[in-house]
Design a protein around this ligand. Structure first.
Ligand code: SF4
Length: 390
């Protein structure tokens, strides 16, 4: 997506070095960059006027040159379990989508290990970030993929999602974990994803350890290897969702060109380069006719892959999407599947199902919002979306 609707620079897309360059170019002292970053990322200033240790002239100059928040908050819904979902609209909604992006904050107030082995953070606040509007992969079960890719987000727009969620937290709380599991395929927007991860990890910004950041990919072997070569120590999760190529092709169109063997090869490369264990994500899907990928033989096939990769497995309950025929399996089905994996020596977790009452499935809130606004006449496909405030 375009950075902003004006010529202003989106400050959240800049590294400290890039901001410093601009600050010097605009005739301000070099130390202003550190002051500005502290105001934005530590003190949560939403505007330059709040930066009271800067001269009035510099505050005005900054406001003339830069933007901090560029999106419009369209919806902010909180589930009964505390999961918070926000829907952001970016300025260039010219494709008729309104450039809607979903971002989720998942709270957890116990000190149980999560599925990535993090045991040290009680009161986790996990942000689930999007890297694209819509998704090019078009998995058969996913609301984000239903209408394909609408556009790539910028690094500033990815960081803006995290900062929006941070502003919703009490000042003594911060985001503790990040998962790139929102709309889009992060490795298909490679440079943006890498830049955003660097800002999330940077001491001058969010200062989140790589161990608490998980990048989830449907599996693009060349990009996985390129990412491994950067040796950024974050967790990598592969969205496998099917234990053999034949079934995977039926539910993930990109699997036509990418075999599970290629994923295993790239996954091993990632482990060798970074030393970080991999996780296999597996959405449990049923249909009216029975199990899609939930049968015992699927579990045995999945166990073989997990052992080849020395990977953990996350089993995820499907959140049903209106218009799609996939069903959520029963608890018994999921537990039995987990037992087969565990009996084969695989570390398999069942991921807690969160936020079901707030359109929890990825892309579902954006889709629901569009439908409602279409019904109200707010959106015309193929033309710029009218602002609801008009
Ligand atoms: S499940 Fe992930 S990769 Fe597949 S369409 Fe949805 S967002 Fe894209």
């Amino acid at each position: 997506m375009k950075e902003t609707s004006t010529a202003k620079i989106h400050l959240l897309g800049l590294s400290k070095a890039e901001l410093t360059e601009h600050i010097l170019e605009f005739g301000m002292p070099k130390f202003r960059a550190a002051q500005i970053l502290e105001w934005i990322y530590k003190k949560r200033a939403a505007g330059f006027e709040q930066m009271t240790n800067l001269s009035l002239g510099d505050r005005q100059l900054l406001a003339d040159k830069f933007e901090i928040f560029t999106s419009k908050l369209v919806r902010n819904v909180t589930s009964t379990d505390g999961t918070e979902k926000i829907l952001l609209q970016w300025p260039d909604g010219v494709d008729g989508t309104g450039g809607l992006t979903e971002t989720v904050m998942i709270p957890c107030d116990d000190d149980q290990a999560d599925e990535y082995g993090n045991t040290t953070v009680a009161h986790r606040r996990t942000a689930c970030l999007s890297t694209q509007v819509g998704c090019p992969v078009q998995c058969a079960f996913c609301a984000s993929g239903l209408e394909g890719l609408k556009g790539n987000l910028t690094a500033g727009q990815v960081i803006e999602q995290a900062l929006r969620l941070t502003h919703n937290l009490p000042i003594e709380r911060r985001l503790s974990n990040i998962v790139f599991m929102g709309m889009g395929e992060p490795l298909a927007n490679f440079n943006v994803t890498v830049a955003a991860i660097r800002t999330l990890m940077a001491e001058w910004a969010f200062h989140i350890s790589g161990r608490k950041i998980t990048l989830s990919t449907v599996g693009l072997p060349p990009q996985m290897k390129k990412f491994a070569d950067l040796e950024i120590p974050v967790n990598l999760a592969i969205s496998l969702h099917a234990p053999n190529d034949q079934l995977r092709k039926q539910i993930i169109p990109w699997a036509e060109k990418i075999s599970i063997d290629q994923l295993i090869d790239a996954g091993r490369y990632y482990f060798e380069k970074t030393g970080r264990e991999l996780t296999l994500e597996y959405i449990m899907l049923d249909s009216a006719g029975g199990g899609v990928n939930t049968l015992p033989e699927h579990a045995r096939q999945l166990a073989t892959i997990a052992k080849q990769l020395r990977a953990n497995v996350n089993l995820i309950y499907y959140n049903e999407v209106p218009d799609l025929s996939f069903k959520r399996p029963s608890g018994q089905t999921v537990f039995s599947f987990q037992n087969v994996l565990r009996a084969a020596g695989v570390n398999a977790h069942i991921r807690k199902s969160r936020g079901r009452d707030v359109a929890a499935a990825c892309g579902q809130l954006a889709r629901q919002d569009r439908k409602e606004r279409l019904a109200q006449g707010f959106v015309q496909i193929g033309t710029p979306e009218k602002n609801q405030d008009e």
